[in-house]
Design a binder for this molecule. Sequence first.
Ligand SMILES: Cc1cc2nc3c(=O)[nH]c(=O)nc-3n(C[C@H](O)[C@H](O)[C@H](O)COP(=O)(O)OP(=O)(O)OC[C@H]3O[C@@H](n4cnc5c(N)ncnc54)[C@H](O)[C@@H]3O)c2cc1C
Length: 413
Amino acid sequence: MSYQLKPKTPAGKIFVNATESLTESLRDRAQAADQSSTVAATSFDNLKAAGINGAFVPEDCGGFGLRSIHDWIVGMSRLGRGDGSVALATNMHLAVSRGLSSGRAAAQSSGNDTLAKALEAQLEQIVTGNMTICATATEPGTDNLHPLTQATPVNDGWRIDGLKLFVTGSPIASHIAMNLRVKGRDEKPDSISSVMMPMTTKGIEPQNDWNAMGMKGSGSQSIRFNNVVVPKTAVNPIGPWGYWNTGMLMNRNLANLPLLGVFLGIAEHAYELAIEAALVTKKEGKPRQADLPGIQHMIAEIEITLASTQSIVGRMGEITDDFLEEFQQKKIPIERAHELLKDHQSMKWVVNRNAIEIVNRAMDIVGGSGFMDNNPLSRLYRDVRAGPFMQPYSPTEARDYIGKVALGIYPSK
Ligand SMILES: Cc1cc2nc3c(=O)[nH]c(=O)nc-3n(C[C@H](O)[C@H](O)[C@H](O)COP(=O)(O)OP(=O)(O)OC[C@H]3O[C@@H](n4cnc5c(N)ncnc54)[C@H](O)[C@@H]3O)c2cc1C
């Protein structure tokens, strides 16, 4: 039995057990979703039924009460072993629902009962399966710090116009969370704000255009916002437009870090397929692949690469949990938030490269049958390639950022 990362907290154990219970059924449906570029709706229903969507909801609101980022990543790796597309979409939902749970805790401790009650109502909707959230910060021709989708003040509310890309999970989501630009008035600078609204809000126009090389079952279509009107309270300021602030850095850290668990899980699944193929008995006394030195060496290389990948994933989970513990009651200095993102980016560099390499080697071991559409390995080969694109940062930007922060140069934008 190969080593695997394990959850460290009681809530994490419940969460990871729930994700593991679905591996086979996720695999059963992944193939059809991949071939048709549609989302496996039944898989998402099963996740809800297993309580996974409510993992971050506190126990007194009916959820698992998950807090550990380490354990979140472990659970994502298990979902990634089942179906990368479903895992990707679930990560987006969990990232936003984690924010709602933290918001409720903060409202409770500051005595803001109205806000705490409003957030509790949303958390209960998550637990009952009536609320599933997709999240987007991606737009054409710009980056996360410079959203061009704009909120303009109108009578008693805001009007939202713009276009978002790669909105993973949006075909099955009830709500969408995203960032926006709010133009400054009276010489005030522009700001970034966030909004969450029902997908049924008038003027939200899903483009039904997800036709990609991999993650074909993730429903990552683009969505146009055309004269969408939301109440005044729906838009919440995050910080100045075009600049990092601690809140944005922590959001990027915590929302995207567990995504790397998905790519670890894809690599683990590919390794499993390689081992299975190597152990198949051949015809007429021909040696099994497992008995060939070339295959043994390649399996050893996967084993080594997987061990280093798991190590850095576990390390980053621990670093992040320790970080959150340290700053539970204290304000996070922006330099520390950058340093966390630097560590996260080093991990992302290793995980994305290693996961691609592991799936590639598994393909060499499985051989031509792995190239066929009906072999899950061909899907893993395409899905794993999505990892490096995930922001922040892509491989062309990551070293610049890591090097700067390691040298004590903290980018403001
Ligand atoms: C399957 C999938 C699912 C996704 N799901 C979501 C989601 O749910 N929500 C979401 O918000 N986003 C999502 N994304 C988007 C993802 O996080 C990236 O934002 C997106 O892929 C970036 O697009 P791009 O590579 O065209 O980058 P662009 O920003 O258009 O950049 C193009 C190229 O230029 C490079 N580049 C840009 N600036 C610099 C620089 N300063 N220095 C050096 N190189 C630079 C980039 O690295 C890239 O190689 C998803 C992406 C994929 C593939």
